[in-house]
Design a protein around this ligand. Structure first.
Ligand code: SAH
Length: 465
């Protein structure tokens, strides 16, 4: 509850283009405000004996007018009339307060910087994307908190939101002409915002965005689509902002076993969760059936989230799913995720490349064929000067190590295995090609695990406690 004695700050958006704004002060505090005011096209006048460098540059460019005197009462009385706002922005609180008092007496809104008590307005922190502005204020109580909140909001507003707003503004009349009914209009925009149309508009592709908007306007049934989203290797904090956004907007989520429970907790509560995981030799759902299920649900108008461990295009069969969608003309979006190699390397402290010993990095699959054989490019894998990262290689680990040695790497060549990387129960075993298979067996390392081969393992670093 707001304390009754606290000022009731009312947020408004003020038009400043071409109007006079007075700033008292010539230092950094004043410069911060002037920068903001100039960005809003105000006509800024400064009362200050001296100007700092940045302000002098503005003056030389003719962007501001400098009244070179102290902030004495006669000067203020002569300058204040006709100003829309006043900033008292010197580093002397007493001076700021006397400016505030004078301005207040003349009914001109005044902000004494960092001093809400004598102020009649305060400047909120803002997040700015073109036409879109989000103002955050703590009523002057905690400016640092406001800035921190601003950072949080900043990171959750996608790039291109300003461009999107302009597009929607331009299409308002068009949409209004097609749907006089306000709730239908809202539904059209909601569908547009959730889909590929908004993405096109954000990227500035107005032709495509308009075509998608027209499709939505023309369709009588809701328009389904599929979002192929990488969920990262396990730690929910490694989700991208975009993935999180989609998890909160999907109608249903098709996921597999690589996802940790903390991830699914972040899905919209009333979304339907469908497990389509594939365990080795225990196929719960063949890939063709998953493809068909994606198509069926999208055709029924659902926004289908296909959530995949790591990145959808790294050993994720994302390519095949997309082909099926293309064939059925289902719109889709692909969102990258942090692949296991990146996640495990970072959380285990093993660099993937290193100036001294690894100029390249190779991702390979260690998945054996049905007959148990491994068909891998051994000659390009068994080389110095690179890191080899092997996905799906736990069961073939002894064969992998043996083959790499047979193809020329020495038995003391560094190697490591990371089990359940980035999760709270992550385990890392480091050794050599000669020892790793036995070490992993002794430690009972299971899937999912990632194998690293190369001298980078020797450069492993762990943060001091
Ligand atoms: N698309 C995924 C990879 C799918 S293949 C990605 O980009 O990461 C599945 C293999 O990925 C597993 O067998 C294992 O080798 C690796 N993997 C996935 N998550 C892992 C984790 N948290 N820790 C270790 N390995 C992982």
């Amino acid at each position: 509850m707001t304390n009754i004695s606290e000022p009731a700050w009312f947020p408004i958006a003020l038009r400043l283009d071409g109007v006079r704004v007075l700033v008292v002060g010539g230092g950094m505090i004043a410069a911060n405000k002037v920068r903001l005011l100039l960005a809003h096209r105000a006509r800024v006048e400064i009362i200050a004996e001296r100007l700092d460098e940045e302000m002098r540059a503005w003056e030389e460019d003719g962007a501001i007018t400098h009244i070179a005197t102290s902030a004495d009462e006669p000067t203020l009385r002569a300058t204040l009339p006709g100003c829309r706002l006043v900033y008292a922005a010197t580093d002397d609180r007493a001076v700021n307060r006397s400016v505030a008092k004078l301005a207040h007496g003349m009914n001109i809104p005044v902000c004494a910087v960092d001093d809400p008590q004598p102020s009649t307005f305060i400047t909120p922190a803002q997040v700015h994307r073109g036409l879109v502005r989000i103002a955050i204020s703590t009523g002057g109580a905690a400016p640092v908190l406001a800035r921190r909140l601003r950072e949080q909001v900043e990171s959750s507003i996608p790039e291109g939101t300003g461009t999107l707003a302009v597009f929607m503004q331009q299409q308002r009349e068009h949409v209004g002409a097609h749907c006089p009914d306000i709730s239908r209009r809202r539904q059209v925009w909601e569908t547009f915002l959730d889909g590929t149309g908004a993405q096109a508009a954000r990227a500035g592709d107005t032709t495509r965005a308009r075509a998608i908007l027209d499709d939505i306007l023309a369709s009588t049934t809701p328009r389904g689509e599929v979002w192929l989203v990488g969920a990262g290797p396990g730690d929910p904090d490694l989700l991208t902002l975009r993935a999180l956004h989609m998890m909160q907007n999907a109608d249903c989520v098709l996921y597999d076993q690589l996802l940790s429970p903390g991830l699914l907790d972040r899905v919209r509560r009333d979304a339907e969760l469908v497990f389509v995981g594939k365990r080795r030799n225990k196929h719960t759902m063949p890939q063709e059936d998953i493809n068909a299920e994606l198509v069926r649900r999208a055709q029924a108008g659902q926004r289908v989230l296909r959530l995949k461990g790591g990145d959808p295009f790294v050993f994720g069969r994302g390519g095949e799913e997309i082909e099926a969608l293309l064939e059925a003309a289902i719109p889709f979006q692909v969102v990258p995720g942090i692949t296991a190699a990146n996640g495990c390397a970072a959380y285990a402290g093993i660099p993937l490349t290193h100036r001294d010993c690894a100029q390249a990095c190779l991702f390979v699959t260690g998945h054996a064929r049905a007959d148990g054989t491994l068909h891998l490019p051994w000659d390009s894998m068994a080389r110095a000067g690179q890191t080899v990262v092997i996905y799906m290689g736990v069961s073939a680990l002894p064969a992998l190590c043996a083959q790499l040695m047979e193809h020329g790497l020495p038995p003391d060549w560094p190697a490591a295995i990371v089990e359940r990387g980035t999760r709270p129960d992550q385990r890392v075993v480091t050794g050599t090609l000669g020892t790793l298979a036995a070490q992993a067996r002794a430690a009972d390392i299971g899937s999912p695990a990632l194998i690293f081969v190369g001298e980078v393992v020797r450069h492993r670093v762990i943060s001091p406690a």
